[in-house]
Every structure is written in structure tokens, then in C-alpha cells.
Design a protein around this ligand. Structure first.
Ligand code: NAG
Ligand code: NAG
Ligand code: NAG
Ligand code: NAG
Ligand code: NAG
Ligand code: NAG
Length: 296
């Protein structure tokens, strides 16, 4: 799942990890139900996180001369979601199925993004009516670190979060060189790199490789920025040192183990944010817990 800009899109994975908690039933839109002109992206943001086996209820009256028709489809991916491209949309509930006291129930069975949209009027309800949102239901996690993940993901900068979570039954922690063969340097799109290399899992190791500076090699370093806003704006005021200019050298580079289930906002702070802003030397990852016995 690439999460991009362009549309004020927000994903929230505010995930408190509950030891054991029951699956919930959530009415989409709450008392607003499912209608034209309500901001469901915002609703999904405020009502996150969702967990696997939670039930979403879509409520909308069947159409008549005064009530507009609505339906529910799943769009195949982020791009079709962003653009309300309905070509490969799959029916979830048709115009008649959201009525009555119960509405239409959809159980979130899989640990993957679900892109919901109303397809009525060829995308008009989706595009103009804001009748779209997505959720990434999380597994209930027992014994994970980081009792809270709070993560608003917004637009503005071609920011990308990847939560495309293939669930591996059991698989070992990996070691991943940041940037791959490009290593850690000015002018490489690390957001894009993070997108393509996601998901990352807790206990995976990121390796930062950069030569110590000399007369021909620019210095680099690695810091963690405190939150999304500082990441978006390359605000370095509360940045915390991870590795200084001398630590990325040698065959091993600098190793950073992703221990916590929370967003990690990495950046190079050299030249007061110039490497971060102009050099694209920033990215973030949200390592996921490995999930045993999840669907998907
Ligand atoms: C919907 O809500 C989201 C999150 O609060 C916001 O970013 C977006 O701009 C809103 N969209 C509209 C059309 O108001
Ligand atoms: C249309 O349906 C709505 C909701 O079911 C109902 O309140 C309304 O009276 C109906 N209007 C007509 C003209 O049947
Ligand atoms: C970096 O890559 C991301 C994801 O592919 C893209 O959205 C963004 O526009 C790119 N940034 C630049 C400056 O090219
Ligand atoms: C990560 O590794 C530590 C120590 O090696 C272990 O105690 C912990 O359970 C692991 N965490 C996860 C979520 O796999
Ligand atoms: C600077 O460092 C790079 C990489 O470590 C090395 O290839 C290069 O020869 C060095 N240049 C000078 C002038 O020392
Ligand atoms: C979801 O519910 C099904 C059937 O009720 C159960 O087999 C499965 O383990 C549950 N999945 C999770 C991740 O809780």
C-alpha cells in the first residue's frame, strides 16, 4: 500500500495493543451512516484502529424517489482508491442491501488494506461525495512492544506508508541495507525505497551505509525525528542521534534494529535539513509484529 499525497489522505494505525479484546461491531459513519457528502476518510481516522474479525456495518436506505441509491464496493488497490477508478471494483453490497435495522455487515477477515467505496454515478459518490475510506485491520497482538502506535499519515509530501502485510507464518528477522546498492546518499528517493521494500517487521535490522567524509565524500548521518510533522517538514529540533557521520562506514555500516511497533522517522540532518529536504534522505517505516495464524 503506497499512501500518497494528492488527496489529503490519512491513514491511522493508532494501535493500542490489547491483550485480549473482543471483536467489535462498528457502524460506518456512526450516526451519519453511509451517505453522500460525509468525510469517511476522517471517520476512519478517528475510529482506528480496526482489528481482524471486527465487523463493519454499512447502513443506507434502499432508493426511492427521494432517497439516493448507495452501494459498497472494494477497490483493488491504493491507486484505484485515490482516483476512484472503478474498473476492477468488487461488489460488497448492492443498493438494496444496506437497509433495515441491521444494515449490511462486513467482517474484516484479512490483514490487508480494504478500500471501500460507493460506486454510484460512475465515481461521483466516491470522488465528490467522499464515500470512500480504507482500513487496515490489525491482528490483536500479544506481548508486542510499544503499547501504542499513533500515526497519522498525511499527504503534502508524497509520503508513503506501507502496511501491505503479507503474513508469514514464521519467518526470521531480516537484515536490510537502506537504499540497497545505493546505500545512504544525497538524492535518492528513500520514501520510494521504503515503499518497495515494505513491510518491515519487528526485530528486522536496517543497515545504514555511508562513507566517512573526506575532501570528496559528503558527510551523512542518521537521526530519528519525533513525529510525522517534523518528518514532513524536516524539522530537526527534536531529532535524536542514531549514527553520526563516522558510523556508517566499513563493510558492516551501522545497524539499527526495529524493536518497537511504532513509526520510525529516519533522516539525515546534515546541512540543517538540506539533505533531508532536498536530498530526500528521509523515510519512515512502521515495523509490524509477525503474525501467527492470521488470515491473508
Ligand atoms: C477529510 O478528512 C481528512 C482527515 O481529517 C482530511 O485530511 C481531508 O482533507 C478531508 N477531506 C475533505 C474533502 O474535507
Ligand atoms: C424513501 O425512503 C425513505 C427512507 O427509507 C423514507 O423515509 C421516505 O419516506 C421514502 N420516500 C418515499 C417517497 O417513498
Ligand atoms: C519519491 O517516491 C515516492 C513514491 O514512489 C513519490 O511519491 C515521490 O513523488 C518521489 N519523490 C520525488 C521527489 O521524486
Ligand atoms: C524481538 O527480539 C527480542 C530479543 O531477541 C525478543 O525478546 C522479542 O520477543 C522479539 N519481538 C518480536 C515481536 O518478535
Ligand atoms: C574519500 O573517501 C572515499 C570513500 O571512502 C574514497 O573512495 C576516496 O578515495 C577518498 N578520497 C580522498 C581524497 O581521500
Ligand atoms: C477470526 O475469527 C475466526 C473464526 O471466528 C478465527 O478462526 C480466527 O482465528 C480469528 N482471527 C483472528 C486473527 O483473531
Amino acid at each position: 500500500m503506497g499512501l500518497s499525497s494528492a488527496q489529503g489522505l490519512i491513514l491511522l494505525v493508532t494501535a493500542s495493543m490489547f491483550a485480549v479484546s473482543l471483536a467489535k461491531t462498528i457502524v460506518v459513519g456512526g450516526s451519519e451512516k453511509w451517505h453522500f457528502g460525509f468525510n469517511y476518510t476522517d471517520w476512519a481516522l478517528r475510529n482506528s484502529p480496526f482489528f481482524i474479525n471486527d465487523t463493519l456495518v454499512f447502513k443506507y436506505d434502499p432508493p426511492n424517489s427521494t432517497t439516493f441509491p448507495h452501494n459498497v464496493y472494494l477497490l483493488p488497490n491504493l491507486m484505484s482508491f485515490l482516483t476512484c477508478d472503478l474498473r476492477r471494483a468488487k461488489l460488497v453490497a448492492d443498493v438494496g442491501q444496506g437497509g433495515g435495522p441491521k444494515g449490511f455487515e462486513f467482517v474484516l477477515r484479512k490483514w490487508q488494506p480494504h478500500y471501500f467505496a460507493c460506486t454510484v454515478r460512475d465515481g461521483f459518490h466516491c470522488n465528490e461525495g467522499q464515500m470512500k475510506f480504507f482500513v487496515v485491520p490489525l491482528p490483536h497482538c500479544h506481548g508486542c512492544h510499544g503499547a501504542e502506535i499513533k500515526m497519522g499519515l498525511s499527504s503534502a509530501q508524497g509520503l508513503i506508508l506501507l502496511v501491505t502485510a503479507s503474513m508469514f507464518a514464521v519467518s526470521l528477522a531480516k537484515t536490510i541495507v537502506v537504499g540497497g546498492s545505493e546505500k545512504w546518499h544525497f538524492g535518492f528517493n528513500y520514501t520510494d525505497w521504503a515503499l518497495r521494500n515494505s513491510p518491515f517487521f519487528i526485530n528486522d535490522t536496517l543497515v545504514f551505509k555511508y562513507n566517512p567524509p573526506n575532501s570528496t565524500t559528503f558527510p551523512h548521518n542518521v537521526y530519528l525525528l519525533p513525529n510525522r510533522l517534523s518528518f514532513l517538514t524536516c524539522d530537526l529540533r527534536r531529532a535524536k542521534l542514531v549514527a553520526d557521520v563516522g558510523q556508517g562506514g566499513g563493510p558492516k555500516g551501522f545497524e539499527f534494529v526495529l524493536r518497537k511497533w511504532q513509526p520510525h522517522y529516519f533522516a539525515c540532518t546534515v546541512r540543517d535539513g538540506y539533505h533531508c529536504n532536498e536530498g530526500q534522505m528521509k523515510f519512515f517505516v512502521v515495523p509490524l509484529p509477525r503474525c501467527h495464524g492470521c488470515h491473508g
